[in-house]
Design a binder for this molecule. Sequence first.
Ligand SMILES: [Zn+2]
Length: 285
Amino acid sequence: MASTTLTVGTVQVTAVCDVTGDFPEPLERAFPRVEAAAWAPWRRRHPGAFSGTDHWRLRDWCFVVRARDRVVLVDTGVGGPGVPGASWIGTPGRLPEELAAAGVEPDEIDLVVLTHLHLDHIGWNLAWDGDRPRPRFPQARYLVQRADWELFAARPDDAREAFDRCVAPLQALGVAELLDGDRVLDDQLRLLYSPGHTPGSQSLLVTSGDDAALLWGDVANHPAQVGQPDWGPAADAQPEAAARTRRRLLERVETERMWLAPAHFPEPFGTVARVEGARRWQGRP
Ligand SMILES: [Zn+2]
């Protein structure tokens, strides 16, 4: 799949798809509080976000942000063969090939921003020489919220495989930086603490001139949630906080007329539009 680029003032944001797949569990398990019949209008509006009669089709978008002072990679997909994220979705990701096709060299990346530590956002953090890990993006610092690091590091052993494999070595390698809340990187780039999906979720806000884009990870996972922000997936660790964050950021994206770049919608870039008074995801064609 070809990459696609959004221009935000003088900043270029390129979306690269690591993988397209079906969420392994049916919709009723992925979104347990949503009645099956309630999906019908959303299925008509966003057919690319459904598969068969009862599955959610998701993309796993990663984003390369070329700003004035630095190049940032936001999230690193499910990972390659044998990595826990790839086993979960049932197919390995293609991020390295897709980055190369988009003209991005691994050593150009100055910062890797991990929106959160679920296994579909961390898969290509590292490369391995035999069983010795090294940072796949050798010049980069990896920015993670401390709240996520501490939560995932404290999980029981059998739920920690992805963290142990793809995240924990970043600290021993000296490239992890743990953050406590918002962080201004420069006048074009800032990290916004966006808790709820996980306790340490964060978004990257890009601003340049009058333009802005919000790369918000999994603040919403499915485009239907733009119109139904209370529809949380089972994966929301803190459902009430997640819904609050979703409402607050949707309000901001709409009133400030920003671009929105979610991790799992069919289109990587779009806007929040009003259709008959209700919010809708409007993917950029
Ligand atoms: Zn995700």
